[in-house]
Write a protein of this length. Sequence first.
Length: 218
Amino acid sequence: MSIKNNLLKILDELPKDISLVAVSKTKTNEEIMEAYKAGQYIFGENKIQEMVLKWSELPKDIEWHMIGHVQSNKVKYMGEFVSLIHSVDSLKLLKEINKQGLKHDRNINCLLQIHIAQEQTKFGLNETELFELIDTEEFGNLKNVTIQGLMGMATFTDDEEQIRKEFSYLSSIYLKLKNKIPEANVLSMGMSGDYQIAIEQGSTMVRIGSSIFGVRNN
C-alpha cells in the first residue's frame, strides 16, 4: 500500500479525539509530502538537526514534534519553531527550553517523559521524580514552558499484558498529574506495534511511523 493509503486507513481506524503524530524520522521530504497532501500535518522527528532541515524546506503549517531524547545544548536549534517536545526528562532541560522560549518570545509546549518500560536503555522520570520536579520553586518559575502532559514508551515485547500493564500505570500517573496541572490534556503513548492497546488505556496521542511509511531507513 502507498503512504497515502496507509495513512488514511489508520486515520479511519483512530477515534476522532486521538491525535496522530506521523513519525517521519529518516524519511525523505517527498515521503512526508505524500502524507501531508493526504491531510497529515503533525510529524515527529528524533534528531534535531534532521528536523531543522525539514522545517526549513517543507510547508510552514506543519507541526513538528521532537520525540527523541534531547540534549540541552541542542534546544536552541529548534526553539524558534518546535510545536511539542515529547521527551523532557529533567529540570535542567526544562530550564534550557524556557530560556529558548524567552529568546524567541514564545511559549514552548512540552511533555514530561516517564520511564515505564523494563529496558534500562529508555529515558524518563519515575513517578516520584516527576512530582518532586513539579513541586520545585524553579519549576514554578518557568514562564515560557507549558506542560501539556506525559509521554512514555512500553517495553519492546510481544507480551500484550505487560504492555497493557505499563500503559495502565502511565495513565494512572497522568490522572495524578492533572490534579496538579489541570490544563494538561496530552497522554502520548502508543506506536505502530502497540497503539491499539495504548488507546484502550487512555492515550490521547499516538506516534506511528512504520505503519504509515514502511520500515525505517537506517
